[in-house]
Write a protein that binds this ligand. Sequence first.
Ligand code: C5P
Length: 232
Amino acid sequence: MIAAIITAAGSGLRLGPGDPKAQRMVRGLPLFVYSLRTLCANQLIDHIVVVVRSDAVDEVKDFIAHDPIAGPSSTEVNVVAGGATRQESVALGLASMDAGVDHVLVHDAARALVPAEVVEAVIARLMDGALAVVPVIEVTDTIRSQVDGVLGVVVDRNSLRSVQTPQGFTREVLVRAHQSVGVAATDDASLVEALGVQVVGVNGSPEAFKITYPTDLIFAEALIDQQEAGSR
Ligand code: C5P
């Protein structure tokens, strides 16, 4: 059984004043609902856990129950309270999973417009036997290191990839990674890699960008408008 965790318990301070990021209304819907609908539409995902700030659990449960797509979906959707860091939020989501789950996708609600094909590619690679899968895209900026305010060397961008979500794992590997003490990471694949497990890449998408700054919201709205015009 495949399950997904949507991490939606961040504050989104970089997005500027307003509701926490995942609940920010974007073209009439809270941000987390976009990727929730995409994951619900995938027939291979049986169970989704949305991890939100503790003060938002009831409101989010209510919203999902009344959502015309996620509400009646055959996918079981639960809402649990997250923690102080993304890593803690994932661990709390993981702890709430049914015993029958053997593969887990972890997706950031902030990557609201992830295309269905990216989700499918991650699952396909997992079903092929990979233990850890991440969607990646090429880096377009020139990247330079900076330590204590002093610019360092340019890193060859041809050897770099931006890492997106959903990231897919066997449940056993993900649980073990989260139990390993002393490692702090901004994504789950880094934790898994610290165990010595190989992480496999599949094609991500520029549309799976992480909504972080106010300008990202403008881009997201334009993409939603374009998708809606295309589906009419
Ligand atoms: O802060 P950052 O942009 O790295 O957050 C990535 C994702 O992790 C977001 O979807 C955010 O809601 C989530 N997150 C979380 N719990 C936290 C912090 C972030 O679920 N304590």
